[in-house]
Design a protein around this ligand. Structure first.
Ligand SMILES: *Cc1c(COP(=O)(O)O)cnc(C)c1O
Length: 234
């Protein structure tokens, strides 16, 4: 299949998954996980209608920005692990940072956004699978971080993000998606209304995005299903 056919196929699967549970497909954003993809591939994907690109690595983000590879895309997001010492390369250059997971990182983002005189949209990443190797705040510590985010002036908390364990069979991650949706609803309810605008629940990848949509995802991050197996990193 050509890239544009794969994009259409994924968009169609998203729409079907949404309708199956009575949701409007327009509520769900497709974020293309573009890690390891070339400038050409990204340009081709945008020409074929992709509107949101999600980058994992600061280095790749910078290289693609430099090459103007995202021209025409509605938005660029940062979806990978972010080190505090690299926030100045990301803040103000992407519409949404999905991976804020500590007070330290939150404060670094706030500081850089203040310096630039902007408001940076972020999600808080939750370690929903309790995996040691994965980033994300523990669910028990989430509320404190939500409160801290709501108290900042240059960061706007838009929602939550999770990367559950790799799903080896359909439905394997359903309980994580259910838990994330519950956390999302709880946090939204507890929030001081005037400060935050929680409308984004980022979960679901190539292996499980339909399941994530069935359980409330508003944004899915899809790589392999759009671009095919990733080339080995160089
Ligand atoms: C790579 C990646 C994805 C997409 O993974 P696929 O399984 O290729 O769809 C989504 N989210 C994050 C954070 C990623 O790093």
């Amino acid at each position: 299949m050509q890239l544009n056919e794969r994009i259409c196929a994924v968009q169609e699967r998203i729409a079907r998954a949404a309708r199956r549970v009575g949701r409007d497909p327009g509520e769900i954003t497709l974020c293309a996980a573009t890690k390891t993809q070339s400038d050409e591939t990204i340009r081709g994907a945008i020409a074929a209608g992709l509107q949101v690109c999600g980058e994992n690595r600061v280095q790749e983000l910078c290289a693609h920005l430099e090459a103007d590879a995202y021209a025409g895309a509605g938005q660029v997001h940062f979806i990978g692990h972010l080190q505090t010492n690299k926030v100045n390369k990301v803040v103000g250059r992407v519409e949404l940072i999905h991976s804020v997971d500590s007070l330290h990182l939150l404060q670094a983002v706030e500081k850089q956004a203040e310096k630039l005189g902007i408001v940076q949209d972020i999600l808080l990443q939750v370690n929903i699978g309790g995996e040691e190797s994965k980033g994300g705040v523990e669910p028990e510590a989430l509320e404190e971080l939500v409160n801290a985010a709501c108290a900042t002036e240059h960061v706007r908390l838009r929602g939550l993000m999770a990367i559950p364990p790799i799903a080896h069979e359909p439905g394997a991650n359903t309980h994580y998606f259910v838990k994330m949706h519950q956390l999302f609803v709880d946090m939204r309810d507890k929030m001081p209304h005037n400060k935050c605008d929680m409308d984004c629940l980022s979960m679901g990848m190539s292996g499980d995005f339909e399941d994530a949509i069935a359980h409330g995802a508003t944004l899915v991050r899809v790589g392999t299903a759009l671009f095919g197996p990733r080339p080995a990193p160089v």
